[in-house]
Write a protein that binds this ligand. Sequence first.
Ligand code: ZN
Length: 413
Amino acid sequence: MATLAGAGTRTRVVLGVVALVAVAAAAVTIGTTGPTATRTPSLPLALASATAAPLGTLGPPSPAPPSIGPVVSLMPTPSPPPALPPCPSETEHFPAGYAAYHTYAELCRAVVAAAAAHPDIARLTSIGISWQGRQIFAMEISAHLADGTHPPGVLFDGGTHGLEHLSVEMPLAIMGWLLDGYGKDATVTRLVQTRAIFLVFDVNPDGAAFDIAGGRFHEWRKNHQPNADGTIGTDLNRNYDDHWGCCGLVSAKPGSSYYRGGAPFSALETQAMRDFVERQVFGGHQEIRAAVAFHTSGRLILWPYGYTRTAIPDDMTAGDHAVLVALAKHMAKLNGYIAEQASSLYVDSGTARDWYFGEQGIYAFTVELGTGTYQRSSVIASETARNRAAVLYLIEMAGCPSKAIETSAASCG
Ligand SMILES: [Zn+2]
Protein backbone atom coordinates (compact mmCIF):
# COMPACT_ATOMS: atom_id res chain seq x y z
CA MET A 1 0.00 0.00 0.00
CA ALA A 2 1.21 3.46 -0.73
CA THR A 3 2.47 5.58 2.09
CA LEU A 4 -0.08 7.90 3.59
CA ALA A 5 0.81 10.49 6.16
CA GLY A 6 -0.94 9.39 9.34
CA ALA A 7 -2.03 12.84 10.45
CA GLY A 8 -3.16 13.63 6.94
CA THR A 9 -5.17 10.44 6.76
CA ARG A 10 -7.04 11.28 9.91
CA THR A 11 -7.69 14.76 8.62
CA ARG A 12 -9.02 13.36 5.37
CA VAL A 13 -11.33 10.94 7.12
CA VAL A 14 -12.83 13.76 9.14
CA LEU A 15 -13.14 15.87 6.04
CA GLY A 16 -14.78 12.96 4.28
CA VAL A 17 -17.53 12.97 6.86
CA VAL A 18 -17.91 16.72 6.54
CA ALA A 19 -17.97 16.36 2.77
CA LEU A 20 -20.67 13.72 3.02
CA VAL A 21 -22.81 16.13 4.98
CA ALA A 22 -22.05 18.92 2.54
CA VAL A 23 -22.91 16.76 -0.42
CA ALA A 24 -26.10 15.60 1.23
CA ALA A 25 -27.03 19.22 1.79
CA ALA A 26 -26.16 20.05 -1.79
CA ALA A 27 -28.12 17.11 -3.13
CA VAL A 28 -31.42 18.92 -2.75
CA THR A 29 -30.32 21.27 -5.51
CA ILE A 30 -29.36 18.48 -7.85
CA GLY A 31 -32.13 19.34 -10.26
CA THR A 32 -30.76 22.80 -10.87
CA THR A 33 -29.86 23.21 -14.50
CA GLY A 34 -28.82 25.94 -16.85
CA PRO A 35 -26.10 28.56 -16.71
CA THR A 36 -25.85 30.33 -13.40
CA ALA A 37 -23.45 33.19 -13.59
CA THR A 38 -23.81 33.79 -9.88
CA ARG A 39 -23.09 30.18 -8.92
CA THR A 40 -21.03 29.94 -5.80
CA PRO A 41 -18.91 27.00 -4.69
CA SER A 42 -21.15 24.30 -3.28
CA LEU A 43 -18.89 23.49 -0.34
CA PRO A 44 -18.42 25.54 2.80
CA LEU A 45 -15.43 27.83 2.67
CA ALA A 46 -14.09 26.25 5.83
CA LEU A 47 -13.88 22.91 4.08
CA ALA A 48 -12.29 24.38 0.99
CA SER A 49 -9.62 26.19 2.98
CA ALA A 50 -8.95 23.18 5.18
CA THR A 51 -8.32 20.95 2.21
CA ALA A 52 -6.11 23.60 0.66
CA ALA A 53 -3.50 23.16 3.39
CA PRO A 54 -0.06 22.87 1.82
CA LEU A 55 1.45 19.41 1.74
CA GLY A 56 4.22 20.46 4.08
CA THR A 57 1.82 20.99 6.97
CA LEU A 58 0.82 17.37 7.09
CA GLY A 59 3.97 16.34 8.89
CA PRO A 60 6.24 13.38 8.26
CA PRO A 61 4.79 10.05 7.24
CA SER A 62 3.88 7.73 10.08
CA PRO A 63 3.09 4.03 9.99
CA ALA A 64 -0.16 3.07 8.37
CA PRO A 65 -2.97 2.28 10.78
CA PRO A 66 -3.40 -1.40 11.64
CA SER A 67 -5.59 -3.50 9.43
CA ILE A 68 -9.22 -3.62 10.46
CA GLY A 69 -9.64 -7.14 9.13
CA PRO A 70 -12.64 -7.90 6.97
CA VAL A 71 -13.66 -4.99 4.82
CA VAL A 72 -16.92 -3.82 6.29
CA SER A 73 -18.43 -0.41 6.42
CA LEU A 74 -17.77 1.65 9.54
CA MET A 75 -19.97 4.39 8.16
CA PRO A 76 -23.73 4.63 8.38
CA THR A 77 -25.40 3.04 5.41
CA PRO A 78 -26.00 5.90 3.00
CA SER A 79 -29.52 6.60 1.92
CA PRO A 80 -30.33 5.95 -1.74
CA PRO A 81 -28.93 8.59 -4.07
CA PRO A 82 -31.41 11.24 -5.17
CA ALA A 83 -33.14 10.67 -8.47
CA LEU A 84 -31.31 12.21 -11.40
CA PRO A 85 -33.08 14.83 -13.47
CA PRO A 86 -34.14 13.82 -16.97
CA CYS A 87 -31.49 13.94 -19.68
CA PRO A 88 -31.60 17.23 -21.58
CA SER A 89 -32.68 17.55 -25.16
CA GLU A 90 -29.89 17.81 -27.68
CA THR A 91 -28.20 21.19 -27.74
CA GLU A 92 -24.98 20.48 -29.58
CA HIS A 93 -23.56 18.13 -32.17
CA PHE A 94 -20.17 17.00 -33.38
CA PRO A 95 -18.80 18.01 -36.78
CA ALA A 96 -19.25 15.65 -39.73
CA GLY A 97 -17.01 12.62 -39.40
CA TYR A 98 -17.18 12.70 -35.59
CA ALA A 99 -20.84 11.90 -35.02
CA ALA A 100 -20.18 8.68 -33.09
CA TYR A 101 -18.68 10.63 -30.20
CA HIS A 102 -21.14 11.18 -27.37
CA THR A 103 -22.53 14.65 -26.78
CA TYR A 104 -23.51 15.36 -23.19
CA ALA A 105 -27.15 14.49 -23.91
CA GLU A 106 -26.13 11.24 -25.61
CA LEU A 107 -23.78 10.38 -22.76
CA CYS A 108 -26.59 10.99 -20.28
CA ARG A 109 -28.98 8.72 -22.16
CA ALA A 110 -26.34 6.00 -22.55
CA VAL A 111 -25.39 5.80 -18.89
CA VAL A 112 -28.99 6.07 -17.65
CA ALA A 113 -30.05 3.24 -19.98
CA ALA A 114 -27.08 1.05 -19.02
CA ALA A 115 -27.73 1.49 -15.30
CA ALA A 116 -31.44 0.76 -15.76
CA ALA A 117 -30.63 -2.43 -17.66
CA HIS A 118 -28.24 -3.72 -14.97
CA PRO A 119 -29.60 -2.54 -11.61
CA ASP A 120 -27.99 -5.47 -9.79
CA ILE A 121 -24.42 -4.48 -10.65
CA ALA A 122 -24.51 -0.83 -11.79
CA ARG A 123 -25.30 2.27 -9.76
CA LEU A 124 -25.38 5.62 -11.50
CA THR A 125 -25.00 8.80 -9.49
CA SER A 126 -24.13 12.40 -10.02
CA ILE A 127 -21.06 13.37 -8.01
CA GLY A 128 -21.57 17.06 -8.61
CA ILE A 129 -22.72 19.72 -10.99
CA SER A 130 -20.53 21.62 -13.38
CA TRP A 131 -20.43 25.39 -13.48
CA GLN A 132 -23.04 25.48 -16.24
CA GLY A 133 -25.26 23.00 -14.44
CA ARG A 134 -24.43 19.69 -16.09
CA GLN A 135 -24.27 16.51 -14.05
CA ILE A 136 -20.90 14.82 -13.50
CA PHE A 137 -21.94 11.19 -13.80
CA ALA A 138 -20.27 8.37 -11.93
CA MET A 139 -21.11 4.69 -12.13
CA GLU A 140 -20.09 2.04 -9.66
CA ILE A 141 -20.03 -1.46 -11.13
CA SER A 142 -19.87 -4.27 -8.60
CA ALA A 143 -21.81 -7.27 -7.38
CA HIS A 144 -21.57 -5.75 -3.89
CA LEU A 145 -23.60 -2.58 -4.33
CA ALA A 146 -26.09 -3.40 -1.63
CA ASP A 147 -24.34 -5.59 0.94
CA GLY A 148 -22.42 -2.90 2.81
CA THR A 149 -19.00 -4.27 1.92
CA HIS A 150 -16.26 -2.38 0.13
CA PRO A 151 -14.29 -4.60 -2.19
CA PRO A 152 -11.02 -3.28 -3.63
CA GLY A 153 -11.79 -0.34 -5.88
CA VAL A 154 -10.41 0.97 -9.13
CA LEU A 155 -11.28 4.28 -10.78
CA PHE A 156 -11.29 5.27 -14.45
CA ASP A 157 -12.07 8.86 -15.39
CA GLY A 158 -12.25 10.71 -18.68
CA GLY A 159 -13.05 14.05 -20.22
CA THR A 160 -10.98 16.25 -17.92
CA HIS A 161 -9.95 18.31 -20.93
CA GLY A 162 -12.83 19.47 -23.11
CA LEU A 163 -11.23 18.79 -26.46
CA GLU A 164 -10.13 15.24 -25.61
CA HIS A 165 -13.36 13.54 -26.64
CA LEU A 166 -11.83 10.08 -27.08
CA SER A 167 -11.16 10.06 -23.33
CA VAL A 168 -14.93 10.13 -22.67
CA GLU A 169 -15.44 7.14 -24.94
CA MET A 170 -12.99 5.05 -22.91
CA PRO A 171 -15.00 4.86 -19.64
CA LEU A 172 -18.08 4.25 -21.78
CA ALA A 173 -16.30 1.32 -23.45
CA ILE A 174 -15.28 -0.07 -20.05
CA MET A 175 -18.91 0.21 -18.92
CA GLY A 176 -19.97 -1.84 -21.93
CA TRP A 177 -17.32 -4.54 -21.42
CA LEU A 178 -18.27 -5.01 -17.78
CA LEU A 179 -22.05 -4.82 -18.02
CA ASP A 180 -22.37 -6.83 -21.23
CA GLY A 181 -19.74 -9.36 -20.18
CA TYR A 182 -21.12 -10.05 -16.72
CA GLY A 183 -22.44 -13.59 -16.58
CA LYS A 184 -20.97 -14.39 -19.99
CA ASP A 185 -17.22 -13.68 -19.83
CA ALA A 186 -15.54 -15.54 -16.95
CA THR A 187 -12.88 -12.89 -16.30
CA VAL A 188 -15.33 -10.01 -16.36
CA THR A 189 -17.76 -11.87 -14.13
CA ARG A 190 -15.07 -12.62 -11.57
CA LEU A 191 -13.84 -9.01 -11.54
CA VAL A 192 -17.34 -7.60 -11.07
CA GLN A 193 -17.88 -10.07 -8.25
CA THR A 194 -14.66 -9.11 -6.44
CA ARG A 195 -14.07 -5.43 -7.19
CA ALA A 196 -15.77 -2.06 -7.15
CA ILE A 197 -15.13 -0.39 -10.49
CA PHE A 198 -15.83 3.34 -10.54
CA LEU A 199 -16.29 5.21 -13.80
CA VAL A 200 -16.44 9.00 -14.08
CA PHE A 201 -17.28 9.44 -17.72
CA ASP A 202 -16.81 13.14 -18.21
CA VAL A 203 -15.15 15.24 -15.52
CA ASN A 204 -15.57 18.42 -17.59
CA PRO A 205 -18.90 18.31 -19.45
CA ASP A 206 -18.98 22.10 -19.94
CA GLY A 207 -15.59 22.02 -21.66
CA ALA A 208 -16.65 19.22 -23.99
CA ALA A 209 -19.90 21.00 -24.86
CA PHE A 210 -18.17 24.30 -25.54
CA ASP A 211 -15.52 22.56 -27.62
CA ILE A 212 -18.17 21.53 -30.17
CA ALA A 213 -20.38 24.63 -29.95
CA GLY A 214 -21.80 25.52 -33.32
CA GLY A 215 -20.85 22.13 -34.73
CA ARG A 216 -17.15 22.88 -35.03
CA PHE A 217 -14.13 22.29 -32.81
CA HIS A 218 -12.68 25.06 -30.65
CA GLU A 219 -9.62 23.34 -29.14
CA TRP A 220 -11.08 24.13 -25.71
CA ARG A 221 -9.24 22.54 -22.83
CA LYS A 222 -10.54 24.16 -19.64
CA ASN A 223 -13.85 24.19 -17.79
CA HIS A 224 -16.23 27.13 -18.22
CA GLN A 225 -15.99 28.83 -14.86
CA PRO A 226 -15.49 32.60 -15.25
CA ASN A 227 -12.37 34.25 -13.88
CA ALA A 228 -12.19 37.63 -12.16
CA ASP A 229 -10.46 39.24 -15.14
CA GLY A 230 -13.24 38.28 -17.53
CA THR A 231 -11.49 35.28 -19.02
CA ILE A 232 -13.07 31.85 -18.90
CA GLY A 233 -11.94 28.59 -17.48
CA THR A 234 -9.58 26.67 -15.26
CA ASP A 235 -7.41 23.78 -16.44
CA LEU A 236 -8.90 21.11 -14.19
CA ASN A 237 -5.76 19.01 -14.46
CA ARG A 238 -3.78 21.80 -12.79
CA ASN A 239 -6.34 22.47 -10.05
CA TYR A 240 -5.81 19.48 -7.74
CA ASP A 241 -4.14 20.02 -4.39
CA ASP A 242 -0.84 18.28 -4.90
CA HIS A 243 2.10 20.62 -5.51
CA TRP A 244 -0.53 23.00 -6.89
CA GLY A 245 0.99 25.58 -9.21
CA CYS A 246 4.50 24.64 -8.26
CA CYS A 247 6.18 23.86 -11.51
CA GLY A 248 6.29 22.90 -15.10
CA LEU A 249 3.54 23.45 -17.65
CA VAL A 250 1.12 25.43 -15.49
CA SER A 251 0.09 29.07 -15.41
CA ALA A 252 -1.10 31.59 -12.83
CA LYS A 253 -2.60 33.71 -15.65
CA PRO A 254 -6.36 33.19 -15.94
CA GLY A 255 -6.31 33.53 -19.71
CA SER A 256 -3.85 30.67 -20.14
CA SER A 257 -5.02 27.27 -21.31
CA TYR A 258 -3.04 25.87 -18.38
CA TYR A 259 -4.54 28.17 -15.74
CA ARG A 260 -4.27 26.50 -12.36
CA GLY A 261 -7.31 28.27 -10.89
CA GLY A 262 -7.44 30.76 -8.03
CA ALA A 263 -6.77 28.10 -5.39
CA PRO A 264 -6.47 24.34 -5.19
CA PHE A 265 -9.88 22.83 -5.91
CA SER A 266 -11.32 26.20 -6.89
CA ALA A 267 -13.24 24.49 -9.72
CA LEU A 268 -16.60 22.88 -9.02
CA GLU A 269 -15.60 19.87 -11.11
CA THR A 270 -12.39 19.14 -9.17
CA GLN A 271 -14.29 19.68 -5.90
CA ALA A 272 -16.71 17.00 -7.05
CA MET A 273 -13.86 14.62 -7.87
CA ARG A 274 -12.11 15.30 -4.56
CA ASP A 275 -15.26 14.70 -2.53
CA PHE A 276 -16.15 11.60 -4.51
CA VAL A 277 -12.71 10.04 -4.02
CA GLU A 278 -12.57 11.00 -0.35
CA ARG A 279 -15.95 9.34 0.21
CA GLN A 280 -14.30 6.02 -0.64
CA VAL A 281 -12.27 6.13 2.60
CA PHE A 282 -13.63 3.59 5.05
CA GLY A 283 -12.08 2.87 8.41
CA GLY A 284 -9.11 5.04 7.51
CA HIS A 285 -8.41 3.12 4.31
CA GLN A 286 -8.84 4.49 0.82
CA GLU A 287 -10.66 1.65 -0.89
CA ILE A 288 -9.73 2.82 -4.38
CA ARG A 289 -6.40 1.12 -4.95
CA ALA A 290 -5.68 1.99 -8.57
CA ALA A 291 -6.82 4.63 -11.03
CA VAL A 292 -6.41 5.81 -14.58
CA ALA A 293 -7.14 9.32 -15.79
CA PHE A 294 -7.73 9.08 -19.53
CA HIS A 295 -6.55 11.88 -21.80
CA THR A 296 -5.40 12.26 -25.41
CA SER A 297 -3.04 11.73 -27.07
CA GLY A 298 0.20 9.85 -27.69
CA ARG A 299 -0.41 6.21 -26.65
CA LEU A 300 1.40 6.73 -23.37
CA ILE A 301 1.04 5.38 -19.84
CA LEU A 302 2.39 7.91 -17.36
CA TRP A 303 3.16 7.06 -13.77
CA PRO A 304 3.62 9.64 -10.94
CA TYR A 305 5.05 12.07 -10.46
CA GLY A 306 4.65 14.83 -12.97
CA TYR A 307 5.69 17.64 -10.67
CA THR A 308 9.33 16.55 -10.53
CA ARG A 309 11.81 14.76 -12.74
CA THR A 310 13.11 12.93 -9.67
CA ALA A 311 12.04 9.31 -9.91
CA ILE A 312 11.64 8.72 -6.16
CA PRO A 313 11.22 12.04 -4.31
CA ASP A 314 10.57 12.30 -0.59
CA ASP A 315 6.83 11.76 -0.99
CA MET A 316 7.20 8.36 -2.62
CA THR A 317 8.69 5.14 -1.31
CA ALA A 318 10.99 2.98 -3.40
CA GLY A 319 8.50 0.16 -2.98
CA ASP A 320 5.61 2.21 -4.30
CA HIS A 321 7.75 3.41 -7.20
CA ALA A 322 8.51 -0.20 -8.11
CA VAL A 323 4.81 -1.08 -8.03
CA LEU A 324 3.86 1.91 -10.18
CA VAL A 325 6.54 1.12 -12.76
CA ALA A 326 5.66 -2.57 -12.87
CA LEU A 327 1.95 -1.90 -13.30
CA ALA A 328 2.56 0.68 -16.02
CA LYS A 329 5.01 -1.48 -17.94
CA HIS A 330 2.71 -4.49 -17.82
CA MET A 331 -0.22 -2.45 -19.07
CA ALA A 332 2.04 -1.13 -21.83
CA LYS A 333 2.83 -4.67 -22.90
CA LEU A 334 -0.87 -5.32 -23.22
CA ASN A 335 -1.82 -2.24 -25.22
CA GLY A 336 1.39 -1.44 -27.05
CA TYR A 337 1.77 1.96 -25.41
CA ILE A 338 4.96 3.50 -24.05
CA ALA A 339 5.22 3.63 -20.25
CA GLU A 340 7.25 6.37 -18.61
CA GLN A 341 7.29 8.76 -15.68
CA ALA A 342 4.83 11.60 -16.30
CA SER A 343 7.53 14.27 -16.12
CA SER A 344 9.35 12.54 -18.98
CA LEU A 345 6.64 14.01 -21.22
CA TYR A 346 6.69 17.36 -19.45
CA VAL A 347 6.69 18.56 -15.88
CA ASP A 348 3.24 19.54 -14.66
CA SER A 349 1.63 20.02 -11.26
CA GLY A 350 -1.75 19.97 -9.60
CA THR A 351 -2.81 16.98 -11.70
CA ALA A 352 -5.39 14.37 -10.79
CA ARG A 353 -2.76 11.63 -11.18
CA ASP A 354 -0.33 13.21 -8.72
CA TRP A 355 -3.16 13.93 -6.26
CA TYR A 356 -4.55 10.42 -6.47
CA PHE A 357 -1.17 8.97 -5.61
CA GLY A 358 0.42 11.67 -3.48
CA GLU A 359 -2.60 12.51 -1.33
CA GLN A 360 -4.79 9.40 -1.52
CA GLY A 361 -2.25 6.60 -1.86
CA ILE A 362 -3.86 5.33 -5.07
CA TYR A 363 -1.63 3.75 -7.70
CA ALA A 364 -2.59 6.14 -10.44
CA PHE A 365 -1.73 6.72 -14.06
CA THR A 366 -2.46 9.09 -16.87
CA VAL A 367 -3.18 7.23 -20.08
CA GLU A 368 -2.86 9.29 -23.25
CA LEU A 369 -5.12 7.66 -25.81
CA GLY A 370 -4.77 7.61 -29.55
CA THR A 371 -2.52 9.41 -31.98
CA GLY A 372 -4.14 12.83 -32.23
CA THR A 373 -6.49 15.22 -30.49
CA TYR A 374 -9.35 15.08 -32.95
CA GLN A 375 -9.55 11.57 -34.36
CA ARG A 376 -12.55 10.62 -36.45
CA SER A 377 -15.36 8.39 -35.24
CA SER A 378 -13.88 5.48 -37.14
CA VAL A 379 -11.05 5.08 -34.60
CA ILE A 380 -13.19 4.88 -31.46
CA ALA A 381 -13.77 1.14 -31.56
CA SER A 382 -10.16 0.19 -32.27
CA GLU A 383 -8.53 2.73 -29.96
CA THR A 384 -10.71 1.71 -27.02
CA ALA A 385 -10.53 -2.03 -27.73
CA ARG A 386 -6.74 -2.03 -27.70
CA ASN A 387 -6.91 -1.02 -24.03
CA ARG A 388 -9.28 -3.77 -22.95
CA ALA A 389 -6.63 -6.20 -21.68
CA ALA A 390 -4.71 -3.44 -19.87
CA VAL A 391 -7.88 -2.19 -18.18
CA LEU A 392 -8.92 -5.67 -17.05
CA TYR A 393 -5.38 -6.26 -15.79
CA LEU A 394 -5.46 -3.12 -13.65
CA ILE A 395 -8.90 -4.05 -12.27
CA GLU A 396 -7.46 -7.44 -11.37
CA MET A 397 -4.35 -5.95 -9.78
CA ALA A 398 -6.39 -3.52 -7.68
CA GLY A 399 -7.00 -6.49 -5.40
CA CYS A 400 -3.32 -6.48 -4.46
CA PRO A 401 -1.23 -4.00 -6.46
CA SER A 402 2.03 -5.08 -4.87
CA LYS A 403 1.62 -8.43 -6.61
CA ALA A 404 3.01 -6.59 -9.61
CA ILE A 405 6.48 -6.93 -8.05
CA GLU A 406 6.04 -9.96 -5.83
CA THR A 407 5.51 -13.64 -6.43
CA SER A 408 3.45 -13.90 -3.26
CA ALA A 409 0.26 -12.10 -2.29
CA ALA A 410 1.15 -12.35 1.37
CA SER A 411 1.35 -8.59 1.87
CA CYS A 412 -2.30 -8.24 0.88
CA GLY A 413 -3.61 -10.78 3.37
ZN1 ZN B 1 -5.65 16.06 -21.26
